[in-house]
Design a protein around this ligand. Sequence first.
Ligand code: C2E
Ligand code: MG
Ligand code: MG
Length: 559
Amino acid sequence: MDLLLEEFQESARDWLWELSPEGCLRAPSARIADAFGRPAIELCATPFVECVRGTLPEPSGDGHDALDMLQRALQDAHAFRDLQVPVVVGGERRWWSLTGRRLFDARGGHAGWRGIGTDVTRAKQQAADLATLANFDSLTGLANRHRFQEQMRLSKAPLFKLLYLDLDDFKVINDLHGHHVGDEVLQVVARRFASAVGDGDLLARLGGDEFAVLVHNPQSPTAAEQVARRLIESLAQPVRVADLSLTVGTCVGIVSSRGRERDTHELMRLADMALFAAKAQGRNTYRVFEPEMEDAARRRMGLMADLHAAVAGGQLSLQYQPLVDFGSTRVAGAEALLRWRHPTRGYVPPAEFIPLAEESGLIVEIGRWVLERACETACGWPSHMRVAVNLSAIQFASPTFTDELCVVLEESGLPPHRLELEITESLLIHDQKAAVATLDRLHAMGVRVALDDFGTGYSSLAYLKRFPFDALKIDGAFVRSLDDDGASSAVVRAIVDLARALRMGVTAEGIETPQQFRALRDLGCTEGQGYFCGRPMESDALRSLIAGGPVLVGRHSAA
Ligand code: C2E
Ligand code: MG
Ligand code: MG
């Protein structure tokens, strides 16, 4: 027994103690003296409760509670287990766990106490670290999703507002500059957001580039909107990270708890709808949730469900919009544009249903059908004419895409140089290496590739050097800004010069007036497309248009 005791005494974290019936330490060991940081002789003379009191940190609420419990246990003569006491010994803050039971003499009388003290500092620290991990985001130090939802659930505020936000194009930063830059940007953004929210508001990073703010007890009906504005403004100045100056923006969705059940998931869902609406409106905007947004979401769900039937039931068709060569004013080709005539809803624009097809993955099947149909149709056109087909990022990213394309070309009999694939910048940023590999393969096959909607997205000139394109398509929105903006002409001229240097053609989209047509031709664009040159039409209509010779001269006196 003594041996066992000795071994036990050697264990670094524990010390055995024994109290007299009066509650004073009996023959305290060197380890106890060590633990208390006081000589054994001094400890003997002092009631145990007082010895413990002497080690409590100041101020210490938890400590006094534990001490009260110890005192009561000794007074009332009942056992105690794992009483956790914070202490300061030798200037170091530590935690003890005390467990004890009563001793009885041979006649069953009270003979004192015996127990064990354990240093549980490490376990306490680990528990605290775990709690931090479970509740805080390690990158930014902000509350995490778990804590945010917990705080929302526990909120006693009669009214609160939930702001839900994500960063515009954060993925581009991550992909172009690497994750370490992305992480630093998130840290800077988190600090700016923290200074934009009110003292009582809870800011959290929910994950990735998603943040949220809980505005407790808003002081005015527009308090949450003011916070949203401040959040957006906080990103007005570029974020400087590692010699880079990066433009970061954000959109915010807001929902109020007033008149709603406080189901945290439901509120997040509504805030997300408001965020979706804000993003649809443009960069750096906020929207407050309105019930119509739910209707819009319901319509999206309905359309998504109907899209399956549309594919199977032949409701999809293609129209072709002429691409006109500025030099000869002849139709050099046509862009295939997808049309959906819904049996009850009528015409659904591609800008509405293509994102849904992408979300549901149906775009792969639809895209393949478009390619087959467009190639087949183009075979019936004069041999100098090419067909342009829009590609979705998901199709492009499929590892089997180029193989499938080979099959489509072979089966249709269309020479590869008569097919042009239109891709957008967003498609290049996900996996640049894979994108270059696919583009190279297309190049080797002899298929043309055009960069669509240039001027609306990131318009990174860096892409143009890195990727082998045959043509650039300047977006219609940009073309329209030519009318009222001298700077736009200068930009078009610069794009044309660059494209020429890189041996790329330049197509101007969305040309609606003879003035725009002339301006773009004079600026050096190679081809034009737009209602002025011809609206999207059936293939038969296009064939009769071509049969009429050069389409513009004379018809619109554009020359
Ligand atoms: P996009 O590729 O930039 O196509 C040009 C869009 O501009 C077409 O809209 C066309 O009808 C419209 N447009 C042409 N000329 C004018 C004009 O003078 N003024 C105005 N205001 N608009 C003009 P559409 O057909 O609604 O297509 C919208 C977008 O849907 C397309 O933009 C393209 O991104 C996507 N899309 C269309 N068909 C397909 C497809 O088969 N596959 C994929 N993945 N996307 C497609
Ligand atoms: Mg296009
Ligand atoms: Mg376009």
